[in-house]
Design a protein around this ligand. Structure first.
Ligand code: GDP
Ligand code: MG
Length: 162
């Protein structure tokens, strides 16, 4: 079986867009409306000749109810099944309470985490990305899932963690 990289984070941070960027094709569903990825969806990916499975997940809210609770359960299961967790934060919004909740789940899980500071479409957001060092999850990797900026460096970090 291939090593598994689970992409987690709250709704609308750009997880599915990042998965598509990793795949180099549009398979994961991207929506303006948060929480569209209901279930975990696994795809085969390759970077620098190394194959791995990338798992897209729905986001979750701390006070999850209904569908959000199911999404939360899926995401926690995805972390359990992952070899590496790719944790996505929206650098243009900064750290929210929901992100903090995710960080606590990640700490409990004890899996290797690669931190992606997404929506860094240009260098104006680099400083915001750097504030994510405060999460205590190591180096924040600035990336624009939408435009591809920084995605190679991010994938290199994922391979190093695998
Ligand atoms: P998910 O809910 O975490 O899977 O987020 P999506 O991938 O569905 O993206 C949510 C919204 O953020 C969509 O409107 C995306 O086009 C947008 N988005 C994703 N990545 C980026 C990015 O790097 N830059 C900008 N500006 N928007 C992005
Ligand atoms: Mg999604």
């Amino acid at each position: 079986p291939l090593p598994v990289v689970a992409v987690v984070g709250r709704p609308n941070v750009g997880k599915s867009t990042l998965v598509n960027r990793i795949l180099g094709r549009r398979e994961a569903v991207v929506e303006e409306v948060p929480g569209v990825t209901r279930d975990r969806v696994a795809y085969d990916a390759v970077w620098r000749g190394r194959r791995f499975t990338v798992v897209d997940t729905g986001g979750w809210e701390q006070d999850a109810r209904g569908i959000q609770a199911q999404v939360a359960a899926q995401a926690e299961l995805a972390i359990e099944a992952a070899d590496v967790v790719l944790f996505v934060v929206d650098a243009t919004v900064g750290v929210t309470d929901t992100d903090e909740g995710v960080v606590r789940v990640l700490r409990r899980a004890g899996k290797p985490v690669v931190l992606a500071a997404n929506k860094v479409d240009d260098q104006r957001w680099e400083a915001e990305a750097a504030t994510l060092w405060s999460l205590g999850l190591g180096e924040p990797h600035p990336v624009s899932a939408l435009h591809g900026r920084g995605s190679g460096d991010l994938l290199d970090a994922v391979l190093e963690a695998l």
